[in-house]
Write a new protein. Structure first.
Lengths: 147, 147
DNA sequence: TGGCGAGTGGGGAAAAGTGGGGAACTCACC
DNA sequence: GGTGAGTTCCCCACTTTTCCCCACTCGCCA
């Protein structure tokens, strides 16, 4: 299964709906059933996991202990924001008010392919994130990939 | 079986009833028979375990030794608060006075999906919990999931 | 230049949440 | 044993939100 690639700035209509770029839709595994689980991302954005990938995540979460304080805190934080959404016949999903608010999304959204997930950002917030990241692309590559 | 997800602030009516969000109801295993065992949670909230999951919990509790002082204390504390509740035809449950009082719930309740259980908080108490947790989401994720 | 696929927008039906009325049941007190 | 107050439970009705479907426009490709 190919990873999600590319980026696009789309509009968010008055009902909180955003289109998912056709390229990303076609990269969806049929197992995902046109369905995503969307949750609060790391950094100020929304993560969109295809259903099949999310199932794997749930297994990890399910293996955490209820009796461990930090595990409880993490489980609450990831699950409370989660919501299952299905593409409508136009290839859109509707964002929940809660996540729209969290990510500071207004009438435009930046849709980002990020390998195993899709990310949705407020365009300005994304711009700001790119600027504030101290390390540039080349430096990051060195650090992360150990080149 | 998918875990419970999402969060919502709902009202508690004069009869102590709270609606369970439709999304969480549909995540219920049919085996649970629209029934929960509700008990005092860890942290200042109420835990709501679907019947099928609660059965597993009871097995764990049952396997504890009667001869161990702490096991006895734990068994008492978890069982003394437990009560079985069933959804009414409107998808609501009624909270017992004891648990309402314990969790400090007034006329509003925060309903939280927390994977294998549903949690019910007083909205202010939940806010306070989120603030007092020192670690932020990203740090927690790193620690707990080792990402 | 016509057709198809992609993105955008809105209207109507159905479902979800909220609140209250009334029957049945319990318990206490006369 | 009967009466009455207090609970509990079940059902009905209203309001708001959500979801599903249809219609339009724009741009690309044949």
């Amino acid at each position: 299964m190919a990873g999600f690639k590319g980026h696009a700035e789309y509009s968010v209509d008055s009902k909180g709906r955003v289109a998912i770029p056709a390229k990303m839709r076609s990269a969806l595994n049929p197992d995902a059933n046109s369905t995503f689980t969307m949750t609060r991302g790391f950094d100020k954005c929304v993560f969109l996991y295809p259903l099949d990938r999310w199932k794997e995540m749930e297994e990890e979460i399910g293996s955490l202990s209820t009796y461990d304080r930090e595990a409880r805190a993490f489980t609450r934080r990831i699950m409370m924001w989660a919501d299952e959404v299905t593409l409508d016949s136009q290839g859109r999903i509707s964002l929940t008010k809660q996540l729209v608010e969290f990510a500071g999304i207004k009438d435009k959204a930046m849709i980002l392919g990020a390998f195993d997930r899709i990310e949705i950002w407020d365009p300005e917030a994304f711009e700001a994130y790119l600027n504030e990241e101290s390390a540039d692309y080349e430096t990051l590559a060195e650090k992360v990939m150990g080149m």
